[in-house]
Each structure stands twice: as C-alpha cells, then as structure tokens.
Design a binder for this molecule. Structure first.
Ligand code: GLU
Length: 450
C-alpha cells in the first residue's frame, strides 16, 4: 500500500509551494488507492504557533485535500529519544556537551569511525576517506542523484535541549509511519542523503523519493514580497478552491494534449508522480485568474450567490436578512462570464447597489463633457412612455432615437453608460437599463440635464 505524507512546519502559513506539495502527495495517494498522512512538524516550540496549525488545516480543508491520518511531532519526543538511544548503544552516535548548554546533544557519526572524534575527522579529511561511501538517490522525477558521504558532517540527532532535529525526526517518522514515497520540494534534496544514512544506521528500509521542482515568481524566486502567498489569502482574494487546486496541478504537471482546465477527479485518474516536470515552475497570478474565470463561468448560480452575498453585505451594498436574492441572481448572471475573481463582482456591479454611484473621472471627462440634455431628455421620455419595459423594447426605443437624431450608436451609448454606471465597461447597456429600472435610470440621467 502506498503511503505518502505532507509534513508542514507550523512556523508560518501554508503557501503556494506547500500547497502544491500537499496536492501532489494527496493526488498520488488517491490515484493509487493509498493513504495520505498529515504530519505537523512542530518540534520547534518557540516558532510553532497554533494559529499556523489552524491556517494549514483550514487551507487543506478548503482545497479539499483530506487526510487519512494526522500526527504531531511534539507528541512523539519519547520515540525519537528511544531511537537515538539505540544508535548510542550501537556506537553509531555519541553525546557531546557544549560549554554553555545544560543538556547533552546526541550526534550521529556519519562516517562511522568509532575511534575518530568529529573535530579530528573534520580537520583531517584524508582520515575519513577510506570509509566514505557513495549515497545514491533514485529520484522518481530527477532520476539518479549521487552524493559522497565525505561531504556530510556528523549530524545532530537530538539537541542539547532534548528536541530532535528535522532530519532525525523525519526519518524516525517516515520509517515508523511506513511511508513508501517521500514527495517534497527540491529544497530538501541536500537533506535526503543525510536521511538515507540515518535510515541505514537504524536498519530501516529506505523509501522512494520524489523532489518537486522549485516554483519561481515572475520576478525570480517566490517570496512573500511577490504577492500574497498564504493560501487563506487566495480565498480572501476571491479565488475558488477548485480553480486554485487546478492551477497548482499545472505548476509541474500537465494532463497532456495542452489541456489546462481539468477536474480533480480526472486528474486523480491520470496523475503519476513520475510524470512531474524537472524544470522550475513559474507562478503567474494572471494565469490563475484565467483558470478561476473558467471555473466561475461554470459555477452554479446558487453557489455563486452564496459566495457573493457576504461581500455585498460587507460593502454595505445590501443588508443582511433584507435583500432580494432573485435580483442578485439576475445581476450575477450579467457579470458571470467575465469575472476573474469573486471580488470583481462588488467592484464591477456596485452601481446596481449604490444610490450615489462612483464616477470614473476620466470616463466622465471623455464621454460627458459635451451637453447631452436633448438626447437624455428624449430617452427618458421614451422610456417613461414604454408600455412594456423589457430589454428588447428598451433597445428598440434607443435605436429609434439615434435614428431620429441622425447619431451614431456609439455617440450616445457611451455617455448613457457612464452616466448610469460611472464606468466605461460593463454588461450590455440595455440589460443594465432594464435591471436598474425606469426610476433609477431617470434619476441618473436627469443629473446631466442642464
Ligand atoms: N517540515 C519540513 C518542511 O516544511 C518537511 C520537509 C519534508 O517533507 O521532509 O519543509
């Protein structure tokens, strides 16, 4: 049975890189009918925070990456001590007390020379040459990588404060949790040979490894500065979890045939960790927005309403428990195909909810500096006189007016749009007029009649 794990340290939020690692582990487990294990690596009590554990758990849940088992390293210190003691007993590790520390550290003898003290070995590298060995990783993505144990120094297993180091706790856990495949970021490649030596010293079998390529930002390495990276921020920015998961997939993997939008269940059928790319992936927010738009277009309206209503309440565009849901559904329909994020909606559709619309000053200058009193007056009159007020009749009367006044359609369409919405772009003007209703249209146009 395939068993994989995602092992975040709760010293910060879950970011794009971590979420992709979680996704690829989760996918691999689901693809192979295996188990996905979540291991919280909270050995550093000073830097680990409950708020980060919560953020990581919530983000994984939001993305839909459900785990089968969960462990906290802080609850397993006895186990690490037990295995460190075993290595001590077998002469594969030694203790050392640093002058300013209270406890003793337990240190792994890398080149296994029981007689040579570490300092000595380091200052006389030729002495350790005889016992050096090649450590090979058969990486599932990057193929063979070879390291020389000579370049690896003796490793601290348990620090003088009694806490285990990452490399040691990681090996003890991966071995005792029966992890078959370690799938993690490429930044851990240099740890892998150190870990392999510990597996061997403890008599554990070594799992398979797959190191995922780096994710670069558009300005180089992904960093906190190149945009919001916490997964919880993407939710706040109006991205759908399905879209973000889809985008994360494309950072190093492709379903083939140039496909970019892929349902997660289909990805489960197609995914194999061996097919992950070796080259660095590049994170592009515009691409994510494009994918999000693809998902928003297909999103059931009722679900969209549920996501959008809280934003409208937050913006004071509607009042909690006192709004017309059907009206909101109609307005969402007007914008749905073009939304890149959920958050676009309150910005783009504000004029349907505000009494005093926000006016784009440039648009006003460009389209409303001329006097349109005559045209606007005529348009109001015709709208008032309409027996049947619907999108079609609104359009017909508009077209009659431009004909009568011998105007080009665009000469009138832009000024009316700007006067009604405060913007130069938006849904079809006749739909806008219909959903604003006669009264608001009259009020907003009258403002421009001198
Ligand atoms: N806690 C480590 C990290 O967050 C885990 C690395 C691993 O997967 O072994 O980078």
């Amino acid at each position: 049975m395939i068993r994989v794990r995602f092992a975040p340290s709760p010293t910060g939020n879950l970011h794009i890189g971590g979420a992709r690692t979680a996704l690829f582990n989760w996918l691999y487990a689901r693809a192979k009918n295996g188990k996905f294990i979540l291991r919280i690596e909270d050995t550093d009590s000073a830097r680990s925070k409950q708020e980060f554990v919560d953020e990581i758990l919530n983000s994984l849940k939001w993305l839909g990456f459900d785990y089968d088992e969960i462990y906290y390293q802080s609850q397993r210190f006895d186990l690490y001590k037990e295995y460190a003691q075993k290595l001590l007993d077998e002469g594969k590790a030694y203790t050392e007390k640093l002058p300013d520390k209270t406890g003793e550290a337990i240190i792994f003898r890398v080149n296994n020379q029981a007689a040579v003290h570490p300092e000595q070995a380091a200052s006389h590298p030729e002495q350790s040459e005889g016992s050096s060995q090649k450590i090979k990783i058969n990486d599932l993505i990057r193929r063979e990588i070879e390291f020389d144990s000579n370049v690896i120094k003796d490793q601290v297993l348990i620090k003088s404060d009694g806490t285990p180091t990452y490399n040691f706790a990681c090996v003890v856990d991966d071995a005792t949790m029966n992890i078959t495949h370690v799938i993690r970021g490429e930044d851990h490649i240099s740890n892998t040979p150190k870990q392999i030596l510990i597996y061997q010293a403890l008599g554990f079998s070594v799992p398979e490894f797959a190191h995922l390529p780096l994710i670069m930002g558009t300005e180089g390495r992904l960093s906190k500065r190149t945009g919001a990276t916490a997964i919880s921020d993407y939710s706040k920015m109006g991205y759908l979890p399905e879209a973000l998961a889809n985008y994360l997939l494309l950072l190093s993997w492709s379903p083939g045939e140039n496909r970019e939008v892929i349902d997660i269940n289909e990805a489960i059928r197609l995914f194999d960790v061996k097919d992950v790319n070796k080259t660095a992936a590049s994170f592009d927010l515009d691409k994510l927005s494009w994918i999000n738009n693809q998902y928003l277009k297909k999103e059931p309206l009722e679900k969209l309403v549920d996501l959008i209503v809280p934003l409208l309440i937050e913006n004071n565009y509607i009042q909690k428990d006192n709004f017309d849901r059907d009206y909101i559904v109609s307005i969402i329909k007007l914008f749905q195909a073009r939304l890149s994020t959920i958050n676009d909606f309150p910005d783009w559709a504000d004029f349907f909810f505000l009494k005093d619309i926000k006016m784009d000053e440039k648009a006003k200058e460009k389209f409303l500096s001329r006097d349109f009193s005559k045209e606007f007056k005529l348009f109001i009159e015709r709208l008032e006189a309409l027996e049947k007020f619907d999108i079609e009749t609104i359009e017909t009367s508009f077209r009659e007016i431009v004909k009568e006044l011998s105007l080009e359609v665009k000469i009138l369409i832009h000024p009316i749009r700007v006067a009604l919405t405060g913007k130069t772009v938006g849904p079809g003007l006749f739909e806008v007029i219909y959903y604003l209703g006669k009264e608001r249209v009259r009020e907003r146009l009258e403002k421009w009649i001198k």
